[in-house]
Write a protein that binds this ligand. Structure first.
Ligand SMILES: C[S@@+](CC[C@H](N)C(=O)[O-])C[C@H]1O[C@@H](n2cnc3c(N)ncnc32)[C@H](O)[C@@H]1O
Length: 312
């Protein structure tokens, strides 16, 4: 709400109050569009909807996979994709010993992941290139690796993904899940590094460059771990070392995007109830394990890449 309020206010200042704007929210079909519309109309009042205070703004929704064209060619002035393009179009490999690339992944596994990430990023950019008008802008923020020699090559949420892997592996060791289910559980995403994000623009003869897209800026951004900051503030101001709350907040925030990976990894021969019971147990165990850890060690700042692209 805040971003679009500011963006539309700036554009209205520039183009005049009678200029009409169309905003299209785009996401996959299983998402909760009803909450979006309830927010837009103010039925869910917080944060306040910009639609209630602005004329000449029209909101629509698009329900299309973003690896396909989502809107007519040559129709968009501005496109914003937040924290989404790390999700790939398909699972490129089964990691034998983990749920995502880690230090023990084979070169074959890592190569398959990188290859799919490269293909998908090109596809995403080429589709957006068709949709953008000449002079139009595309802004993308994506979850990323953290490229800092002092920190090592860590990626976003590495502590959390490492812990999920560890407990899931224990489940396969004790027979709670099968070895096959462990191998079939893979996060279908790639946490990009800067070279992966900028590669299509570096080569002026690439299909992306030839489609008319040029890179205006690329930036690595670190957003501090909000749950760690809350825990520390409570400790410093109130003298309460509330590791249970840290664990509860952390797990509920990050279960929403990771839950389906574990449900999908379990065998189709299991009932839905059985799958839910196993996955509920997993997140309970993760929560318990985190609450026994020192947040100073577990904390994981979020790493993003922000890029701005123009269609020439
Ligand atoms: C972390 S959420 C970000 C949502 C929103 N952009 C934001 O910043 O709050 C990632 C979103 O990407 C969506 N997504 C993943 N793959 C997609 C695809 N191929 N096409 C469209 N949406 C996709 C997911 O459904 C999810 O809603």
């Amino acid at each position: 709400m805040a971003i679009f309020r500011e963006l539309l206010a700036t554009l209205k200042d520039h183009h005049g109050p009678n200029t009409q704007f169309q905003v299209i929210y785009e996401v996959l079909e299983m998402n909760d569009f009803n909450s979006l519309f309830k927010r837009m109309s103010g039925i869910i009042p917080d944060p306040p909807s910009y639609l209630l205070e602005m004329d000449n703004v029209y909101v629509l929704a698009s329900v299309t996979n973003f690896y396909k064209q989502c809107v007519p060619s040559n129709s968009m002035h501005f496109m914003l994709s937040m924290t989404s393009v790390h999700w790939l179009s398909r699972t490129p490999t089964t990691f034998k010993d983990s749920i995502y690339k880690d230090a023990k992944s084979s070169t074959g596994e890592t190569a398959a992941l990188n290859k799919q990430a490269e293909l998908d990023w090109d596809t995403f950019l080429l589709k957006r290139s068709r949709e953008l008008k000449r002079g139009g802008l595309l802004v993308v923020d994506t979850c990323a690796e953290f490229e800092d020699r002092n920190a090592g090559d860590r990626y976003l949420l590495e502590s959390f993904i490492g812990l999920l892997t560890e407990i899931w592996k224990e489940y396969s060791g004790t027979g709670k899940i099968t070895k096959e289910e462990f191998v079939n559980t893979n996060l279908s995403f790639c946490l990009h590094n800067m070279e992966q994000m900028t590669r299509p623009f570096d080569n002026k003869t690439s299909t992306v460059s030839r489609s008319g897209l040029t890179l205006l800026s690329a930036e690595a951004v670190v957003n501090p771990d909000v749950f760690y900051n809350n825990w520390r503030e409570k400790k410093e101001k109130e003298g309460i070392d509330d590791r249970e709350e840290f664990a509860r907040m952390y797990v509920s925030a990050h279960r929403n995007w990771s839950n389906s990976t574990f449900m999908n990894g379990l065998s189709a021969s299991r009932s839905l109830e059985e799958k839910e019971q196993i996955v509920d147990g997993l997140y309970d165990d993760v929560k318990k394990r985190i609450s026994r850890m020192n947040p100073e060690i577990f904390k994981d700042d979020l790493k993003f890449k922000y890029i701005v692209v123009r269609k020439e």
